[in-house]
Design a protein around this ligand. Structure first.
Ligand SMILES: C[S@@+](CC[C@H](N)C(=O)[O-])C[C@H]1O[C@@H](n2cnc3c(N)ncnc32)[C@H](O)[C@@H]1O
Length: 358
């Protein structure tokens, strides 16, 4: 989560049609490399004043744009005029926005036609309002189109829920590497969009299950949507509440605990790039002093829910936090845990802490 180059990759309309009946399997390539959250700086955009006067859309529908019914016919001239207005908003310093505009059209269009009316999944005014929010208010593109590509999933996201980050994908591989994981019970604490829970659930066997928890009602709603879309309701049980509270009945029964908790030090929040700091939920980012508040709470509660031999993986802000936690767990709680170590992410940052219950 400490990374950020918000790089949603939209689907072609044919992929979108496929998705409505069956979730996708292809692993889509990355289009942008992520930047560390802490070092990301705001490069203020100063776009020209829009020609239209769109009201910012209060789009409460968490259904990703590409999954909405294509019920809006738009004459070619109106579409072309929108394209011109939308392009005019893109400052020369931000060429990537032209790519986002193409992606927005790809997600919004059901049928392309050179002469007849275009068939869109949202009214043109709504798309225009979304586009202005993206360009002028730095609303992440993922919130504009309502999805993010993550592993082989297209995860629904909405404002109020953290956009899952590419580096977090690795936790699913760590879980898969645990002996007997497929028939174990797992907890994904602070599930957010439910990305981890859904990805793990899809790998589980008949006896496997994921308990996905979050304190945020918005996150719970979006996680439910993703669980339903991928048809893993029988494998993921979503529970509302704070960290271990909803797991009272699972003490000593879990094969593993996975968590990507809020870990940004409170003092670093004002330095986050606008897409993150202005738009992503503080509840998902703010790790308190030193960013360790939630991580420490998770470490303390671990031994009561894990069964002997159980595995844990936590994502952290990087090197210093991971080193601190490895040291703490292997000294203070050495009688409870073994094989505790920091694991590198794809940028060679010690991003994760993993270990086993004795
Ligand atoms: C960094 S986000 C991770 C979301 C998701 N797991 C992911 O990797 O994309 C942290 C999540 O923890 C949740 N959270 C914050 N405080 C919590 C608490 N006390 N109990 C449970 N979840 C909490 C937030 O709502 C947010 O969804």
């Amino acid at each position: 989560m400490a990374m950020l180059a918000l790089s949603s990759r939209p689907l072609s309309s044919s992929s979108a049609a496929f998705l409505r009946s069956k979730p996708p399997t292809p692993h889509l390539h990355r289009l942008l490399l992520p930047k560390p959250l802490s070092s990301a700086s705001a490069s203020p955009l100063t776009p020209p004043t829009p020609l239209a006067d769109p009201t910012p859309a209060q789009d409460a529908d968490p259904t990703p744009l590409f999954l909405r019914p294509a019920s809006h016919r738009v004459p070619p001239a109106a579409l072309a005029a929108f394209r011109r207005r939308a392009s005019a908003l893109v400052p020369p310093s931000a060429p990537h926005l032209h790519r986002h505009l193409r992606w927005l059209f790809a997600d919004a269009s059901a049928a392309a036609s050179d002469d007849g009316p275009a068939l869109l999944r949202a009214p043109l005014e709504d798309l225009e309002a979304l586009w202005v929010r993206h360009v002028r208010e730095r609303t992440p593109f993922q919130y504009v189109v309502g999805n993010e590509h993550w592993r082989d999933l297209v995860v629904a996201v909405a404002e109020g829920v953290l956009i899952p980050r590419p580096e977090t994908e690795a936790v699913v591989d760590m879980v898969r590497a645990v002996e007997g994981f497929a028939d174990g019970w797992w907890a994904d604490l602070g599930t957010g969009s439910g990305a981890i829970a859904v990805a793990v659930a899809r790998e589980l066997g008949a006896g496997g299950k994921v308990f996905a928890t979050d304190v945020s009602e918005v996150a719970i709603g979006v996680a439910r949507l993703n669980v339903r879309r991928y048809g893993v309701q029988d494998k993921v049980e979503i529970r509302h509440g704070s960290w271990f509270e909803p797991l009272e009945d699972l003490k000593g029964k879990l094969m593993g605990v996975i968590s990507n908790p809020p870990y940004i030090p409170t003092d670093d929040l004002p330095g986050l790039q606008p897409e993150v700091g202005w738009h992503e939920p503080k509840l998902a980012l703010d790790g308190g002093k030193d960013g360790l508040e939630h991580l420490l709470h998770l470490c303390e509660g671990l031994s009561s829910v894990l069964k002997p031999g159980g595995f844990f993986v936590f994502e952290t802000n990087g090197d210093k936090q991971s080193e601190f936690l490895v040291d703490l767990i292997s000294t203070k709680w050495s009688s409870s845990f073994h094989n505790v170590k920091a694991v590198l992410d794809f940028a060679d940052i010690k991003r994760f802490v993993t270990g086993y219950r004795r």
